[in-house]
Ligand binder design. Structure first.
Ligand SMILES: Cc1cc2nc3c(=O)[nH]c(=O)nc-3n(C[C@H](O)[C@H](O)[C@H](O)COP(=O)(O)O)c2cc1C
Length: 334
């Protein structure tokens, strides 16, 4: 790898797209690569145990070379299985390993990992230690500011210190706590209030620890504001729901000169990729479901989405469906 591309990867976390189950699959990530070539992309969480028992690792780990820089998010609490997953991630060519200590879902809790591990920093440190023995990639951690009654500044800073000493290279902090009992995952992303002040305090007290702010960021301007303090800005829902509002990320966040991206250019950039997917027995809908979000807030948007949605859900849908959708966008100057 050249020094230039190495430096680009090191700085890529200035803007990142958060890991989101059932959203940030490889097709969505490929689409976002038409929009930003520089931001860091995260996979959906892959459970280490699932990887261990999987008969189709390719399905879980496969990604397109244009997706770099890309972070593989893994979840689990067994140091051996986590290190095995991280090693596989390295072999598959991922750029870093991200450990999920932020997910509050009941399924994840029943496996004793995700956000509930915030209560056991010693164990998380052991996991990081074990991973770093078998994997040379940077290990980063995504977590909340607290869980349940483990919710004070001191608990947060002790957690980050312990994991940093164990070798974690960056912390993506969703700036709200999680309630493990009583709130479902969706409520856990809205009900506990955002508390940026706590993360700002952490960055002030630990200026040398790399911190990526996550939670509630909706525009590039808000990312730039976060970057006045933090090393990175991580966007989740707003990147999934409104992919094209991030089209100026490369220019505004990384200072690259790029001609502005339109919905039609994104769609045209996806055509060879979609053709390849169809040739390999994939369904057009796997890809088109993400593309629907490209057009919003303009006259005709609703009918464009309706047409593309209806025709691409047909199991036999061919590439012509996307070509037709792209032509409509070109005609509309979008
Ligand atoms: C549908 C969905 C799935 C998510 N899946 C994951 C996941 O697999 N791993 C993870 O660490 N966080 C996951 N999250 C949380 C996001 O990464 C992010 O922390 C959260 O949405 C807050 O950021 P936002 O306000 O920018 O959306 C998910 C969020 C959503 C909306």
């Amino acid at each position: 790898m050249s020094l230039d591309s190495h430096l680009q990867i090191l700085n890529s976390h200035r803007f990142s797209i958060a890991p989101m189950m059932d959203c940030t699959d490889k097709h969505y990530r490929f689409m976002m690569r038409q929009i930003t070539t520089r931001g860091l992309l995260y996979t959906e969480m892959i459970v280490a145990q699932a990887l261990h028992y999987s008969k189709n690792i390719n399905k879980l780990l496969d990604f397109h070379s244009s997706e770099h820089p890309i972070s593989l998010q893994i979840g689990g609490d067994n140091p051996k299985l986590l290190s095995e997953a991280a090693k596989l991630g390295e072999e598959w060519g991922y750029d870093e390993i991200n450990l999920n200590i932020g997910c509050p879902s009941p399924r994840v809790q029943s496996g004793n990992f995700g956000a509930c591990l915030m209560k056991d920093p010693e164990h998380v440190a052991q996991c990081i230690d074990e991973i770093s023995k078998h994997c040379n990639l940077p290990i980063t951690v995504k977590h909340r500011i607290g869980v349940d009654d483990f919710d004070s500044y001191q608990i947060l800073i002790d957690f980050v210190d312990k994991l940093s000493n164990a070798g974690a290279k960056r912390f993506s902090i969703h700036a709200r706590k999680a309630w493990l009992k009583g709130l479902n995952p969706k409520e856990n992303r809205t009900v506990p209030p955002l508390n940026y002040e706590r993360v700002i305090q952490l960055k002030k007290d630990r200026p040398n620890i790399k911190i990526e702010l996550n939670g509630g960021i909706k525009t590039i301007e808000e990312c730039l504001k976060a970057l006045e303090i933090f090393d990175g800005s991580m966007v989740g829902r707003a990147a999934y729901e409104h992919p094209l509002i991030w089209k100026d990320v490369d220019e505004m966040i990384y200072g690259d000169k790029r001609s502005s991206t339109k919905a039609s250019t994104v769609l045209i950039g996806m055509l060879p990729y979609a053709e390849y997917h169809l040739k390999n027995n994939g369904k057009l809908w796997d890809i088109a479901k993400h593309l629907l979000k490209l057009v919003e807030g303009v006259p005709g948007a609703r009918s464009w989405r309706k047409d593309l949605g209806a025709s691409s859900q047909n199991k036999e849908a061919k590439i012509e469906v996307l070509e037709k959708a792209a032509n409509k966008l070109i005609e509309a100057g979008l």
